[in-house]
Design a protein around this ligand. Structure first.
Ligand code: SF4
Length: 611
């Protein structure tokens, strides 16, 4: 192990913590410098270990045999803006690869505790939480936390450990109840998305992981690192980034409603009509509700604006909101007043529900109610009108606790539609791998959301990327782990060369942007291969609801617009060729896998008869 530690000039601690919940034992694994250079960290290194640890066909909710992995990146814990957490798992919702990224400070604390990552195996006998304090790991009884919301869980653990600086990730009751549209939370509102990570931890009886680190980190060239850090900060706090500075990610609402496809009523419209828009606009939020903005570790963009909830339930409590929360759980569900809508996002976070998928499931149910496919009786007495926020909150509780119709909806739109029948499938807003679409309507000529939704590596998702280049570079950044809202590979303004320079300063490497792109391509291919190994093929990705191709937008900036299925198919054929994948099946060719150095994948695909 010592040899490996010495091999890193900075950016890595040289150790990954493996925890077995069944035997309550731990093991330290060396971080392999060659693997670090190949997969970087975060998403990439996590995907590599998931590929190795999670053999095909394992039930993602078999707590004994499934694996959940958190990884830090080479920049974690340095002053470089803007860092996140990264975790990977096999999705219990769709059965393919999934990943999550959340803000906060947990990831950096894990690095300060001396670990490059955390691999969780096995199943605890009873509700448990882990407390990692530097090299020590405690398996603590979580019986008193089981059933608690994510807010109470974090507070209780912090009190129990008598340390205000401890960082906590946890699941809510929905994860405990193995609801498939769950996520994990940290610092109250930092949600990690998507496709069932909360349920995977629930299947392991693992309520939370608290971390406290007191060790430093090693940096190869501190002067250079500070120079790059200052250059990034200057841009993020400069006039070119004023929109984020003023409204946080909420500024997208204006942009989306002006033609980029703002979800309204389960995509029955791609904008909120002008007479209803003001109360879900960033301007209204800032004037009436916002009292502060919050930042993740080392981030001067502080993009999460907190506002005060006005509904009877949760009155006076604080909630941070952004675009996807608005577009899925608020306007997507027909609510057009932030003062009420915040209650829905607040509840989703407390229950541990992924607010994108949860929003889509609720709006799906609302549209079925509108069309008479679901009745008040089916819904256990709920009158699920579009603007009725109390009815929505009641339905969300039913989903989290799997009560009545909630037990069906807890499976996600695809499986719920299959069980409900009566033509419900038409109204399930799903895409790649059967995952829910995010908050933007793909029926817009302004942005190719349909590519994100039909090719997404973790299933349908807005952050996949609209071109091969953006897809690759975003996965590199997810491995670095740099926030999507800061890098220009995502929705930010910082050119990738800055974060590549920062990685070089930390590690002592001489990585180029071209190599970074290649690393991203390798990671994207590995994620796809994980799902291919589980049996998915091109047809499982290339799906959009019929509405997107058949129903022109009834009003708004792009009234009359719909997607062209033939054009999309042709574009996708070219995409598969350019990716070096078989156009029919979507399986990467041996040549492409070899070019990317994924020889392990080639061997396994050959042994399984996939290649
Ligand atoms: S841009 Fe926002 S989400 Fe991203 S790291 Fe900064 S504060 Fe966090």
């Amino acid at each position: 192990m010592r040899g490996c530690v010495m091999a890193f000039k900075g950016g890595y601690t040289g150790k990954i913590l493996e925890v077995d919940l069944t035997t309550e034992s731990t093991r330290s694994i060396d971080t392999d410098p060659e693997l670090a250079r190949k997969f970087l960290g975060g998403l990439g290194l996590g995907a590599y270990y998931l590929w190795r640890y999670m053999k095909p066909g394992i039930d993602p909710l078999d707590g004994e045999r499934n694996v959940f992995i958190f990884m830090t990146g080479p920049l974690s814990g340095t002053p470089v803006p803007a860092q996140k957490n990264a975790f990977v798992f096999k999705s219990p919702q769709h059965g393919g690869f999934s990943r999550g990224h959340q803000g906060g400070n947990w990831n950096q604390e894990l690095k300060y505790a001396g670990w490059d990552g955390l691999i969780i195996k096995g199943k605890a006998e009873k509700p448990t939480y882990l407390f990692i304090k530097d090299d020590e790991v405690e398996f603590r009884d979580a019986s008193n936390l089981w059933g608690c919301g994510t807010y109470a869980t974090a507070v209780k653990i912090t009190k129990e450990l008598k340390d205000p600086f401890v960082r906590v990730v946890c699941i809510g009751p929905a994860g405990e109840n193995l609801v498939k549209i769950t996520t994990i939370l940290t610092e109250f509102h930092r949600s990690g998305g998507r496709y069932g990570g909360g349920a995977v931890l629930g299947s392991k009886n693992l309520k939370a992981i608290a971390v406290r680190g007191t060790k430093g980190i090693k940096v190869s060239d501190l002067d250079k690192l500070m120079e790059v850090t200052d250059a990034i900060k200057a841009q993020l706090t400069g006039p070119g980034n004023a929109f984020y500075q003023t409204y946080g990610i909420l500024y997208w609402n204006d942009w989306a409603n002006a033609g980029f496809g703002f979800n309204y009523r389960n995509f029955q419209e791609a904008w909120v009509p002008p007479e209803k828009y003001y109360k879900v606009s960033p301007e209204f939020y800032k004037r009436e509700l916002m009292f502060r903005k919050y930042a993740c570790f080392a981030c001067p963009q502080h993009c999460k604006p907190f506002g005060v909830i006005h509904t009877e339930k949760f009155r006076g409590m604080a909630m941070a909101i952004e675009y996807e929360g608005t577009a899925n759980l608020i306007t997507g569900c027909g609510i057009t007043d932030f003062r009420e809508g915040l209650a829905a996002t607040h509840l989703a976070d407390d229950l541990g529900l992924d607010y994108i998928s949860c929003g889509k499931v609720v709006s799906f149910a609302k549209e079925l109610y509108q069309r008479g496919i679901l009745t008040k009786e089916d819904l256990g007495g709920i009158e699920l009108e579009w603007e009725n926020v109390d009815a929505q909150l009641e339905l969300m509780e039913k989903i989290a606790y799997r009560e009545g119709i909630g037990d069906i909806l807890a499976e996600g739109c695809k499986k719920a539609a299959e069980r409900i029948g009566k033509g419900a499938e038409k109204y399930a807003m799903i895409g790649a791998l059967g995952g829910e679409l995010s908050g933007s309507d793909p029926r817009t000529p302004e942005w190719d959301w349909w590519v994100d939704y039909m090719t997404g590596d973790r299933g349908s998702c807005h952050n996949a990327g609209e071109t091969i280049e953006t897809q690759n570079m975003r996965r590199f950044m997810d491995s670095a782990i740099v926030c999507f809202f800061v890098t220009s590979a995502g929705y930010g303004i910082i050119d990738p060369s800055y974060h590549v320079a920062a990685i070089n300063a930390v590690t002592g490497w001489n990585l180029t942007v071209e190599e970074a792109n290649k690393i991203g391509e390798r990671i994207w291919n590995l994620e796809i291969c994980f799902s291919i190994r589980e049996g998915f093929r091109r047809k499982d990705w290339n799906y959009l609801p019929p509405r997107m191709f058949e129903v022109p937008l009834p009003s708004g900036p792009h009234k009359g617009f719909k997607l062209d299925a033939d054009k999309a198919k042709k574009w996708l054929d070219e995409y598969y060729k350019e990716r070096g994948w078989d156009v029919e099946t979507g399986i990467p060719t041996e040549e492409k896998l070899r070019e990317l150095g994924l020889d392990e994948v080639i061997s396994e695909f050959k042994s399984l008869g996939i290649l």
